[in-house]
Design a binder for this molecule. Structure first.
Ligand SMILES: Nc1ncnc2c1ncn2[C@@H]1O[C@H](COP(=O)(O)OP(=O)(O)OP(=O)(O)O)[C@@H](O)[C@H]1O
Length: 206
């Protein structure tokens, strides 16, 4: 089981502390949602937790069972879908999924065709991502996060750009993530995380 521990972490941009003295342990097998108004620090916190951005102070540790992982190995544990992460626009969907699989395989037994079906995007397999609508791109981002094989899934603003049908698809798939996963969500939309047992406000870290 994956455990991520934050010990007294804080993040400062220029002279402004976004949050400080954050202590928590996130354990696989459940989900956590981080809420707060625009600009409160949800995305910043999730980027710190995923290891893509360093904290200004404090310590972050990933443990798999009793083994502490080196930061270089953290990215293998994380699937992340977020507005600031771009897809490779020049590739077709088929090419993107094939490329993605070379560094992060899909869950056991899933081929690219099945992944496209689960995204409801099989009809667009030969279309370049740059010609996808914003909602189609969001389905690709979420699908990569749902169906790639890693113990932690981070979803920042998961239903951004999705229509009602897309939002229902998200709710259906997110609740099918394995019971051994660690799911982290950044959200301002209660319907995105109604199922989530742990809701934490980043405003409490100011
Ligand atoms: N690269 C950066 N340089 C300077 N300040 C930044 C940078 N990135 C974010 N900030 C600031 O950090 C604060 C937190 O931003 P963040 O994007 O984490 O908030 P958020 O809660 O995710 O907001 P939203 O709900 O609008 O997505 C904001 O005041 C923002 O202006």
């Amino acid at each position: 089981m994956l455990t991520v521990t934050a010990e007294d972490i804080g993040k400062k941009y220029r002279r402004e502390w976004i949050f400080r003295h954050v202590n928590l342990t996130l354990t696989a097998g459940t989900s956590y949602t981080f809420v707060g108004p625009n600009g409160s620090g949800k995305s910043t916190f999730l980027q710190l937790i995923s290891g893509v951005m360093p904290a200004t102070e404090g310590k972050l540790a990933y443990r798999l069972g009793d083994k502490t992982l080196l930061p270089d190995d953290w990215f293998r544990q994380v699937n992340i879908a977020a507005p600031y992460l771009e897809l490779i626009e020049e590739l077709t969907l088929q090419e993107l999924l094939t490329f993605h699989q070379t560094f992060k395989p899909f869950k056991a037994g899933m081929a690219t065709g099945e992944v496209m079906e689960r995204m409801f995007l099989s009809h667009a397999r030969n279309k370049e991502i740059k010609y996808f609508s914003s909602g189609m791109k969001q389905r690709v981002k979420l699908g990569l996060a749902f169906f790639s094989d890693a113990p932690m899934v981070i979803l920042d603003e998961p239903t951004a750009n999705l229509d009602r049908q897309g939002a229902n698809w998200y709710l259906d798939e997110v609740q099918q993530l394995g019971a051994d996963r660690l799911l982290l969500i950044g959200s301002n939309q209660p319907e995105e995380y109604a199922f989530c047992p742990h809701v934490l406000s980043v405003m409490e870290w100011k």
